[in-house]
Design a protein around this ligand. Structure first.
Ligand SMILES: [Mn+2]
Length: 375
């Protein structure tokens, strides 16, 4: 018996200002969709007995019609091939208020899809396998209570648990999303008799135990994800074989930081030019400059710097007066108010409004305000 374990696809996520030249849509939103489509293509080649999605199918509680339509079409490609698709709600897609209703009610209308989002432990039988599913539950204690009820069944050949939560004591987890809304569990609190435990929530592929894994996300959603492969897991249960399949996604680069201590602007500039040799066309790029004084920073030619990185899809420079490893330093982003506004709008949900037009209107007002300020 073989299945696919995927999670944290975050359909509907968008970031930065770059647009897809073909559709005019946010490029990162398109990238996220491409990663999921690529995963579906692979799944159709692999032909597993079923697919488990361990949560955060969508990035938001109220995905756009576009995001819902896309997800349903792609999932239907899997189920049309006779492969059941089982999904649980993660913390990103679980509404805080019941009246909001759940997008999973819609998703589960696709024949062959089973969605679990009712904030409690439920089971699902597929052939000789019993799935034990625990979606996101509001309130940490209730989550643990439900997790404690999860028991392998002896009437089934295989027992697979599916959860969306953080894991206590996981070293890597100190870099967690830090979301207030996340559930946490200790590995010791789960029954030992499961043949496999499929976790969602943490975005890096991680082995938690002999039979417990995070598949990680299918795309990189922040600079925390630099250097990580993204993809999904193919699981053969007996004997257990776990194979991570990485997806081909947009490169993200965190360039080696520049130490500006005691350097003059031309020297810092030289270092910056140096760094450009490493960038890949279309990459998402960050450059940090540490130990830089305000006067040094102001003497840098920001227009020239922007030009140097014009091959990147997105470039951000972070300057700090200290080492950027210390958390209490002030970080100034090179991005302008225009950029901030556009970034904000791209992330905001503005159903029924034309984002492009809003961004250009914002630009106009900001330009007018800048002119007024000079008078
Ligand atoms: Mn997630």
């Amino acid at each position: 018996m073989r299945f696919v374990h995927i999670a944290d696809t975050h359909i509907g996520y968008s970031a930065y200002t770059a647009m897809d030249p073909e559709t005019g849509r946010n490029q990162r939103e398109v990238d996220i969709e491409n990663a999921f489509r690529q995963a579906v293509d692979r799944i159709l080649e692999i032909r597993p007995d079923f697919v488990i999605h361990a949560g955060d199918l969508f990035h938001t509680v109220r995905p756009s019609n576009r995001a819902i339509g896309f997800a349903m079409e792609e999932i239907a490609r899997i189920t049309d091939a006779g492969i059941p698709f089982i999904v649980i709600a993660g913390n990103h897609s679980a509404p805080r208020m019941r009246e909001t209703g759940s997008v999973f009610r819609i998703i589960s209308k696709v024949p062959g899809v089973r969605a679990f989002y009712r904030e409690r432990y439920e089971t699902l039988e597929i052939g000789d396998t019993m799935l034990h599913l625990l979606p996101h539950v509001h309130g940490g204690e209730r989550f643990k209570e439900q997790a404690g009820l999860m028991r392998p069944s002896d009437r089934h050949r295989y027992n697979i648990a599916v959860l969306h939560s953080g894991v206590e004591g996981l070293k890597a987890f100190k870099y967690s999303t830090g979301e207030a809304n996340e559930d946490l569990i200790g590995m010791g609190e789960l029954h030992e008799g499961f043949d496999y435990i499929a976790f969602g929530h943490y975005h890096e592929f991680t082995k938690l135990g002999e039979r417990a894994y995070y598949s990680g996300a299918t795309e990189r959603l922040s600079f925390n994800d630099v250097g990580q492969s993204k993809g999904f897991i193919v699981v053969d249960v007996c004997p257990l074989k776990v194979e991570f399949q990485s997806l081909n996604i947009r490169p993200m680069m965190d360039l080696p930081p520049i130490d500006a201590k005691g350097k003059r602007a031309p020297e810092i500039m030289e270092d910056i030019v140096d760094r450009t040799e490493q960038i890949v066309d279309g990459a998402i790029v960050r450059l940090r400059i540490n130990r830089i004084e305000r006067a040094q920073y102001l003497s840098l030619d920001s227009r020239r710097i922007k030009g140097l990185f014009s091959g990147a899809l997105h470039f951000e420079m972070q300057v700090s007066q200290g080492e950027s490893t210390s958390p209490d330093i002030e970080t100034i982003s090179l991005s302008s108010m225009e950029q901030d506004f556009a970034d904000f709008l791209n992330k905001a949900s503005v159903e029924g409004l034309d984002k492009k037009r809003l961004i250009s209107m914002g630009r106009e007002y900001l330009a007018r305000a800048a002119e007024g300020g000079q008078k």
